[in-house]
Write a protein that binds this ligand. Structure first.
Ligand SMILES: [Zn+2]
Length: 151
């Protein structure tokens, strides 16, 4: 630990909150578990902290759709515009158990209850089946933006 607080690489302002996006290598304490869980997935999954103006902060994963030019910008410090955040979904890391084969997974699971971000899921491809037994969502209840390696 250094005495320097990690700085967000992107800060996106909303009327009711701000979203700080961090790199996995330089994330604050509250995002360390998220950053560690994301270590082996694509760069479009970033640890992010949503700070509510009425108080409180929540750890999320900010997820960009594949093949977006904005992803290159993520290496540069910036104040993103609404356009830059178009189609970004906020997600949480959850444990899911397949209802068919009972295999357990850690997944990046979209949180659709968040204003602005909650309506962006259509731009993303969801995993809708269990990778172990192959049963679809209806049977397995496995749905995710990404499957994470076990801890
Ligand atoms: Zn299964």
């Amino acid at each position: 630990m250094t005495d320097r607080a990690p700085q967000p690489i992107w800060r996106f302002m909303l009327p009711w909150a701000e979203l700080d996006v961090f790199t996995r290598d330089d994330a604050p304490e509250a995002l360390q578990p998220t950053a560690a869980a994301l270590a082996r997935v694509e760069d479009r999954f970033c640890p992010a902290l949503l700070r509510l103006h009425r108080g409180g902060e929540c750890a999320f994963v900010a997820v960009w759709p594949t093949n977006r030019p904005q992803l290159q910008l993520l290496t540069t410090k910036a104040e993103p515009t609404t356009q830059d955040m178009q189609d970004v979904v906020l997600a949480e890391i959850h444990s899911l158990t397949c209802r068919a084969c009972e295999e357990r997974f850690r997944v990046v699971y979209p949180d659709l209850g968040i204003p602005f971000f909650g309506s962006h899921l259509a731009a993303h491809r969801l995993i809708n089946e269990c990778p172990v037994c192959g049963n679809d969502f209806t049977t397995s209840r496995i749905q995710a933006l990404a499957l994470l390696p076990p801890p």
